[in-house]
Design a protein around this ligand. Structure first.
Ligand SMILES: Cc1ncc(COP(=O)(O)O)c(C=O)c1O
Length: 388
């Protein structure tokens, strides 16, 4: 067996779908991108969806439209992919890290208020690994202190909170279509939101600041006249090749989520008796999208005092699994421990203890739609046979 941590699984129809834009000649931000956006809105309940080149660039557009400026502060979890912090940094603003809840790997909402200052401009909760952040208290704080909220929903496809799909709670939500995500366009992202003015600005910024898109111009009364440009914008347009691939996958969006959930259910049942393994949180009122299957190794209660010892045990186990043909990864990284942020803001690992523990003791097991039952059984058998 050789089981990767994730494997993109595209149907023949999905593979063929990219030929249509290649044949009809509309290659960038045309009808296929529009179709993908519409299907995304229908599926997630977003009022507006705008396809972009990645989640990272989508978040940059959101922050630009919200007017983030040097000196501003933005609160984000310390345990997330580095992109969440980088986009804040790109505006000369300061990422203010907040520790996480180890049970969910998401931002600890109890700690946010103490980090708010008169420089705070917004909060960026992350729906890590397909589990929604606890949005009600975050939205309450945003209202109380007049802060914007940008949801990093890179991993959020299929994640619901109190019945609603993530991406529409904050001012803006942004998803990723990187190959480790449930829906992939190679690279790609989707910005969602309901604030018309903000979404219009993001739409314009995406396309060099043009007042209307090429598609709107071509469908309008005077397609031969160029649009005016009202911002110094960016080029973050998705190609129609990617749009076609995304739109085609949306036809089986529910099946993809169901399949991932059923693999997770199988794991949850099989691993329930392993006291040394903390499983992904299963909370009433939340629906997990299982972008991945993040666990916490805890052969003994983990704390800042034994984190190094458990880190060594985790790394040995990862090595053993790799030798046995099962790829794993740390769930993600603690951004405050990465050289750039550690040095620039003079941070220590212990400043955010739970993020530190998650960084050192988490392990994601392979979970992807298209995973065969033999592969699932092999993971279950190998993990279950392990003792600590
Ligand atoms: C939490 C989080 N935010 C942002 C990103 C960046 O997404 P993209 O690669 O589409 O820019 C990722 C990608 O893995 C992620 O996991």
């Amino acid at each position: 067996m050789n089981i990767p941590i994730a494997r993109s699984s595209l149907t023949e129809d999905e593979i063929q779908s990219v030929l249509e834009p290649l044949s009809n000649g509309w290659l960038v931000q045309g009808p296929k991108v529009k179709e993908f956006e519409t299907l995304w809105s229908v599926f997630t309940g977003a009022q507006h969806s705008l396809a972009v080149t990645s989640c990272t660039t989508g978040m940059e557009l959101a922050l630009a439209a919200l007017g983030l400026k040097p000196g501003d502060e933005v609160i984000l979890p310390a345990f997330t992919w580095i992109a969440t912090a980088n986009v804040i940094e790109h505006f000369g603003a300061k990422p203010v890290f907040c520790d996480i809840d180890l049970a969910t790997f998401n931002i600890d909402v109890q700690l946010i208020e103490s980090l708010i200052t008169d420089k705070t401009a917004g909060i960026m909760p992350v729906h890590l690994f397909g589990l929604s952040a606890d949005m009600d208290p975050i939205l309450a704080l945003s209202k109380k202190y007049e802060l914007w909220v940008v949801e990093d929903a890179a991993c959020g496809f299929g994640a619901k909170y109190k019945g609603s799909h993530v991406g529409s709670f904050g001012d803006v939500g942004v998803f990723s279509f990187h190959p480790r995500k449930a829906i992939t366009t190679g690279e790609g992202g989707m910005v969602t939101g309901s604030n018309e003015e903000l979404i219009t600005k993001i739409q314009q910024l995406r396309d060099h600041g043009a007042v209307m898109s090429d598609l709107q111009r071509h469908l309008g009364a005077k397609p031969y006249l160029l649009a005016d440009h009202i911002h110094a914008g960016y080029n973050q347009r998705m190609t129609d090749i990617q749009g076609a691939l995304g739109a085609k996958q949306m036809e089986r969006a529910s099946d993809i989520i169901d399949e991932r959930r059923s693999i997770a259910d199988k794991y949850n049942e099989a691993f329930a008796g392993l006291e040394w393994l903390g499983l992904p949180a299963d909370i009433a009122g939340y629906e997990h999208g299982y972008q991945s299957y993040p666990c916490l190794l805890k052969p003994e209660p983990v704390s800042i005092n034994n984190v190094e010892k458990i880190n060594a045990a985790r790394n040995n186990w990862m090595d053993e699994l790799q030798t046995n043909g099962i790829s794993t990864r740390p769930a993600t990284h603690a951004v405050h421990m990465l050289t750039y942020y550690r040095e620039k803001y003079e941070l220590k690992s212990e400043d955010f203890p739970n993020a530190y523990i998650a960084n050192d003791c988490s392990i994601s097991l392979p979970l992807f739609h298209g995973m065969t039952s033999e592969e699932q059984d092999y993971v279950i058998q190998t993990v279950s046979n392990k003792t600590f």
